[in-house]
Design a protein around this ligand. Structure first.
Ligand code: GLY
Length: 353
């Protein structure tokens, strides 16, 4: 088991990673001094560990459709009916959308009640469940209402991952792959729990330095400018991690075109993404003009087109990248039909295949 500390003054906590770590929940709840717990779970009841205190179990669903203020209101209503107080605890169990919405309900209830996350997807274990960002969507866009609310602990039980479909694992590998370009060592060949621990450790150091995302935390969005555009342009047929992987290859090529990195480093982007079995080409179905339009609206942009790019001193946010370079590099990206890039009907259980 790995225990990664994340230290932000009064909001410090540990992220535990390994098989069976969810059974630490009762000890975490005991240390918090909580008398009651509400567990909001998008997973079967038997996946939820004992809390050691009086518990209300609320079923939830992963997915953007339930990441709304209405869900937050319903959850808080249930907290009231159960008699949850400020010194009790909320527990989330599920993927990143569940940790996001439950985290926000905990941040708002009684102006803040402790929350413990049990992320069950690889994506949530390496990214969404760690770092305190919580949010819900509005009809106008994703994650438009949220708060920074650090959990009291994160239990990344790697046993949860053994039943994930292959594409769901790939979704998380997209975020692990981008760690290679924002300060992680070469993670290839390491056992998955070690790759998760290295990714979480990197994120913890970045969040400690910039909890509120005013500077260095931007580098976690490596590959995300094109990645977000691809998700939208493909109507979410590309999963987040797949889109980020293509965006990572593109970010390498763009950094090369701007003279920030050499050819070997550009090629390394492709090598890493392909190592994880992730797509490295643009889907033929997406029009470059639509991608350019979507990238101009990326929320990182202060003026013009903004990308997190590798360079002589590492990755950094580069604002106002010339339009013609962005378009030329996009035009030169390899292209393939979407169905050749990802297995659109994948239901394979990777652990058993
Ligand atoms: N997912 C990026 C961040 O936590 O800042």
């Amino acid at each position: 088991m790995a225990s990664i500390p994340l230290r932000i003054g009064d909001h410090s906590y540990d992220v535990l990673i390994g098989p069976g770590v969810r059974t630490s929940l009762a000890e975490v709840v005991r240390r918090l001094g909580a008398k009651r717990a509400v567990v909001v779970s998008a997973r079967p009841e038997e996946w939820v560990p004992d809390t050691g205190v009086e518990t209300l179990l609320l079923p939830a669903r992963d997915g953007e459709q339930d990441k709304t203020l209405t869900t937050v209101e319903k959850l808080c209503g249930e907290f009231v009916r159960f008699g949850l107080t400020r010194s009790d605890v909320v527990v989330s169990c599920g993927g990143g959308t569940t940790t996001d919405v439950v985290g926000l309900a905990a941040a708002l209830y009684h102006r803040g009640v402790a929350v413990v996350h049990l992320p069950t997807s690889l994506l949530a274990q390496v990214d969404a469940g760690v770092g305190g960002k919580t949010a819900v969507n509005l009809p106008a866009g994703k994650n438009l209402v949220g708060a920074y609310w650090q959990p009291s602990a994160v239990l990344c039980d790697t046993d949860y991952l053994s039943t994930l479909p292959r594409r769901e694992l790939l979704n998380g590998y997209g975020e692990i792959a981008r760690c290679h370009f924002i300060g992680a060592a070469d993670l290839r060949g390491l056992p998955l729990p070690d790759q998760i621990a290295a990714s979480v450790s990197l994120k913890a150091r970045i969040v400690e330095a910039d909890e509120r995302d005013t500077g260095i935390r931007h580098i976690l969005n490596y590959g995300h400018t094109l990645g977000h555009a691809l998700e939208k342009a493909s109507d979410f047929a590309l999963r987040h991690g797949e889109a980020v992987a293509i965006g990572t290859v593109y970010a390498g090529r763009l950094a090369g075109a701007l003279g920030r990195i050499d050819e070997a480093r550009v090629a390394e982007h492709q090598d890493i993404v392909e190592y994880y079995g992730l797509p490295a080409a643009l889907p033929e179905e997406t029009a470059p003009a639509a991608l350019m339009r979507l990238m101009r609206h990326d929320k990182k942009a202060i003026s013009g087109l903004a990308f997190v790019l590798d360079g002589p001193t590492g990755a950094e946010l580069v604002d106002d990248v010339p339009h013609e370079v962005v378009a030329r590099v996009l035009d030169r990206m390899p292209r393939a039909p979407l169905a050749d890039l990802v297995d659109l009907v994948d239901t394979t259980d990777m652990a058993r295949s």
